[in-house]
Design a protein around this ligand. Structure first.
Ligand SMILES: NC(=O)c1ccc[n+]([C@@H]2O[C@H](COP(=O)([O-])OP(=O)(O)OC[C@H]3O[C@@H](n4cnc5c(N)ncnc54)[C@H](O)[C@@H]3O)[C@@H](O)[C@H]2O)c1
Length: 370
């Protein structure tokens, strides 16, 4: 396994949790990848020493790599690149600037893997914009080998929020979040399952959790929630987190991480933990259904037409990457929101991708494009 950006907040957590949770046997290799010339080129050696210091008895073999051409692994975690800096005025951070900077990082690693890799690495993308990274890497490595973990992180958050509300443990709750990672995430309420409940009981439970709301008003709810949170947090950040607890589960999925970033803490621990979950699935050798950002080529119908391009959807994931999309026909509000999310991804990624022939937009049909 290799972790690109190993010394970053997320990369370091991924490496630590990988070793601490003994996901890799002591005979396997974990490559800590830093950047030559950057501070991480020095720190990555220190990280290796620190991990050995803490976990020598059960650590895998730890290697340092600085040149992208030296990355050798069955599974590559992409945690390299700049992160979004939150603003306190409620305005969105510049995702375009982030995309411009990180697109170059994604291209460099994807090109190196395409040229020097085994041709069968599975790539798990953590870096943002996750959809852009998936598009760039899938183009060079093959789309089934690349999955973004943003939708899985959102999915685990959704399940946890549902479980808390129902008073059950998270593993008893199923259901997925798709779409774009972040504020355009789409909680797919129709996919929610609660073990031990039959269909009628589940429908009643979901109706109770959700109230009369549909996803038609979700973007407005998010905008209002954000404004309220920023106002409350400017007085008392503890109050802001308490306020989130009073909101419906799907709104909490989006707003709690927003507030965490706004607070100055990052979401590195939860992000790494969800990443480890995906890695565990890949290493396990069995096919498991997860949610992830993948490049679709018509496998899902969104907005009445086959979707093409990056979108977060439930997929079957195994040791060779993702194979199938598991998305039943959706209720109108989820379908419409997913189509909007696809259009938002298109608009955000298009400027940074290699030019595509006229008419061959990332997402078909043209009418769902922004
Ligand atoms: N921290 C979070 O809560 C979180 C959550 C989800 C996703 N992400 C995403 O993961 C990525 C990393 O986040 P972080 O918080 O660890 O950031 P960080 O700033 O702590 O670490 C960034 C890492 O990327 C490396 N890097 C930066 N520029 C590079 C370049 N040009 N070439 C190669 N390596 C480079 C750095 O050396 C460092 O190891 C970001 O894109 C971020 O948006 C972060």
């Amino acid at each position: 396994m290799a972790v690109l950006g190993a010394t970053g907040d997320v990369g370091r957590q991924v490496c630590t949790q990988l070793v601490e949770r003994q996901l890799l046997p002591t005979t396997s290799r974990l490559q800590l990848v830093g950047r030559p010339g950057g501070a991480s080129g020095r720190a990555v050696h220190g990280l290796r020493a620190d991990l050995i210091d803490a976990y020598d008895e059960h650590a895998p073999m730890l290697d340092v790599a600085l040149d992208p051409a030296d990355v050798v692994a069955d599974v590559v975690v992409v945690a390299a690149g700049r992160t979004v800096t939150p603003r306190n005025d409620g305005l969105p951070p510049s995702r375009a600037g982030l995309a411009a900077d990180n697109a170059a990082v994604f291209r460099a690693y994807a090109d190196a893997l395409a040229e020097h890799g085994s041709g069968s690495e599975v790539v798990v993308v953590v870096s943002n914009p996750v959809e852009l990274a998936v598009a760039i890497m899938a183009e060079r490595l093959g789309r089934h080998r690349v999955i973004g973990m943003g939708a899985w992180l959102d999915t685990l958050r959704f399940r946890r929020e549902l479980a808390v509300q129902l008073g059950v443990r998270r593993h008893r709750v199923g259901g997925f979040v798709g779409g774009q990672h972040g504020e355009d995430a789409v909680p797919l309420w129709s996919t929610v399952r609660i073990s031990g409940l039959d269909v009628a009981e589940r429908e009643r439970a979901v109706a109770r959790l959700r109230g009369p709301r549909t996803l038609g008003t979700f973007p407005d709810e998010i905008a209002a929630a954000k404004a309220e949170l920023i106002a409350v947090a400017s007085q008392d950040i503890g109050e802001a987190f308490a306020l989130i607890d009073s909101w419906p589960p799907d709104l909490r999925v989006v707003m709690r991480p927003f507030m965490t970033h706004q607070s100055g803490a990052k979401t590195a621990t939860g992000t790494a933990s969800a990443t480890i979950d995906l890695l565990d699935t890949i290493l396990d050798g069995r096919d498991i259904v997860v949610a992830g950002q993948v490049v679709l080529d018509g496998e899902a119908t969104v907005g009445g037409a086959p979707a093409h391009g990056v979108l977060g959807v439930p997929v079957v994931l195994g040791p060779e990457g993702w194979s199938r999309v598991l998305l039943d026909p959706l209720p109108p509000d989820e379908d419409a929101r997913l189509a909007q999310s696809a259009a938002a991804i298109d608009a955000a990624t298009a400027p940074w991708l290699d030019p595509v022939p006229a008419g061959a937009g990332l997402h078909a049909p043209q009418e769902v494009r922004a």
